[in-house]
Ligand binder design. Structure first.
Ligand SMILES: [Zn+2]
Length: 380
């Protein structure tokens, strides 16, 4: 049931890092913490998420064993209607890189944009534009500020032993819990050791976690897991653009090359999906970023280059078109930075509930990011 290649994680992380990447990693981890603390006073978030019509009623599972019975409607032979979700976060992906590279330079990501529901004008969390707080938002569907129901992870370093639940001061459920409680399998592949926080926080709900800073090895591991395990929900974090951006600068030639490599990685994942009968025509891909970036950093949550990110949903049951045109409940933010009060733009914290919607599952208990309710993803 549980496949935990922890030897890969611990053995490769320190070895594979070149000096350049190590410098970037350190710059990211240390410097990011200087970003503004949650203080944006994110108004009153909308009511806690509930979805009465969903087929499952998951509850936080961090402290209890998973329920092994798959959830499906009687008419469906396969759990989740046969659906699978691959969620991809490309660390530090400034949408201007996709515009600059175009379809020739980033063909895989643009293919998702062209056939899916997509925007290059999504938003990061309001409070901070750094890696760990935004990724915890992605998997919990929460803002950051615990006073507003957020997850409370305000640090961006690798702090072994800490958990999201400690940060929030209360139980915090994740997308992994909901999928796992419904009988699905989950996997995490990440490019920074700080993602150990996910395993520490949801040890029973994440079936396998693989942390590697080496993109070729990550490619090998993710594609093998996709092809062999047919996970219900796979979360993939690609670190390279951020690491290079901190050293060479966002939108520099080296950064754009890192985005090209990230795109090739996405392309390889899509090839494996197409080559795997269980996944082909049954997979929804969600692609976003934790933050953008400008110059050598991304830690200013008030800077458009830092808070503007892509958000793409593509695959089975997802129409093609501009996300805001297709999602009338959402507000196109233009160049602005809306708070959590009032009509919302799509945010990276909508990743969890968009993914669950694609699987026909209820929203993450306690989630506050409501954009997924408006995105036209057909339930299986
Ligand atoms: Zn960074």
């Amino acid at each position: 049931m549980s496949l935990r290649p922890s030897s890969l994680r611990s053995a490769l992380a320190p070895i594979a890092l070149g000096a350049v990447l190590l410098g970037g990693l350190l710059a990211c981890g240390g410097g990011d913490d200087g970003a503004d603390a949650p203080g944006a006073a994110p108004g009153a978030p909308t009511a806690p998420a509930t979805t009465a019509t969903a087929p499952a009623s998951p509850t936080p599972s961090s402290t209890r064993p998973p329920t092994p019975t798959p959830t499906s409607t009687p008419a469906q032979a396969a759990p989740f209607g046969g659906r699978h979700v691959v969620a991809i976060s490309i660390d530090g992906l400034n949408p201007d890189a996709l515009r600059t590279l175009g379809r020739d330079g980033a063909p895989a990501i643009w293919s998702l944009i062209d056939r899916g529901t997509a925007t290059l004008d999504a938003r990061a969390e309001v409070e901070q534009t750094v890696t760990l707080p935004n990724h915890v938002g992605m998997v919990t569907g929460r803002p950051i500020d615990p006073a507003a129901g957020g997850h409370g992870v305000t640090w961006n370093d690798d702090l072994p032993g800490r958990t999201v639940q400690q940060a929030a001061g209360e139980p915090v459920a994740s997308v992994f819990d909901v999928v796992h409680d419904a009988g699905g399998s989950t996997a995490v592949f990440a490019g920074k050791t700080k993602f150990d926080l996910l395993e520490a926080s949801w040890p029973d709900a994440i079936d396998t976690i693989d942390i590697l800073d080496d993109l070729p090895q990550l490619t090998t591991d993710v594609t093998a897991d996709l092809a062999d395990q047919h996970r219900t929900f796979t979360f993939v974090h690609v670190a390279e653009p951020d690491l290079v951006g901190h050293v060479e600068g966002w939108l520099s030639p080296a950064y754009l090359d890192a985005v090209r490599r990230s795109d090739a990685f996405v392309g390889r994942l899509l090839e494996v999906v197409d080559a795997t009968p269980q996944l082909r025509d049954h997979t929804v891909v969600v692609l976003t970023a934790d933050h953008g970036g400008r110059g050598l950093d991304h830690g200013d949550p008030a800077l458009a280059d830092d808070y503007t990110i892509p958000f793409v949903v593509a695959g089975d049951g997802v129409p093609a078109g501009d996300l805001y045109d297709l999602s009338p409940g959402l507000r196109d933010p233009g160049t602005g930075r809306p708070s959590y009060a009032g009509p919302q733009p799509i945010r990276n914290c909508d990743l969890a509930n968009v993914s669950l919607r694609a699987l026909g599952l209820a929203e993450v208990p306690g989630s506050r990011c409501v954009g997924a309710r408006s995105v036209p993803v057909r339930r299986p």
